[in-house]
Design a protein around this ligand. Sequence first.
Ligand SMILES: [Zn+2]
Length: 228
Amino acid sequence: MNILVIVAHPDDPEFFAGASIAHWVKRGHTVRYVIVTGGDKGSDAPDMTPQKLKAMRVIEQREAAAALGVTDIAFWDYIDGELANDLLLRRDIAREIRRSKPDIVVTTDPQTLHHGSRGINHNDHRMIGMAVCDAIFPASNNRMYFPELLGAGFEMHYPKEIYFAGPTAPNFWVEVSAEIETKVAAIRQHVSQVKDPSGIEARMRANTFRLLADGRVEYRAAFRRVML
Ligand SMILES: [Zn+2]
C-alpha cells in the first residue's frame, strides 16, 4: 500500500500515528509525509524565533521519521497557527494526491474539537483534516476542479481510504504492542517539543492500553477509518 500522511506540524505524524506508521513500514508499505506548516509557533522560549524554530523542527522531524523508517518527507511552508481550509490549501493537497497517488491518506480528525474533557484540539489539526477531506472529494478525482492541475499533467486520482487520527469516534484499531517503544524513541527526537521525556512512554502506553478478556494486555492505536 502507498500511504500518505498529511498533517499540520512537525511531530504530528509521531504523536498522532507513530506506532501505526512503524507498524506499516515494517510490513513493507510505502509511507510519505507532508508537513504543511513549519511548526514555527511551537515554543515559549523567550530567545526563540520562528525562523530558528522552523529550522530546528525540520531536523527533528527527519530524525523522528527515520526512527519509524520513513525518509520521504515534504515540508510545505504554511504558517503555524494560521491554516485555513481554503482553495489554496485544497489545491496543494489535490496536487499532492494526484502526484503521489496514495491508496490510504492519514490525517487528523477534523471533528475532534477537544480531547475528551481535557484540552482543545489545535485549530490547525482540524483545518488540515477538513482540507484533506475537501481536496479528496470531489477535487482529486474530478477534472473540473483545479483544471490547471490537469493542464500541468496531474491526472485524477482517488484514494481508497482515509484514516483520521485522534478520532472522536474511532471505528478501527491497529495493534501496536510491538511498536510502542519505537514510537517513544521517535517522539524523543522532537526535542524542542517534549517537556517531560521520561513521562512519554507511560502516557503512550496509557493512551493505547487495552485489557483483553483472557487477561493479556494489548496496545492499539485508534482511527476513524472511512472507505471512499
Ligand atoms: Zn500539531
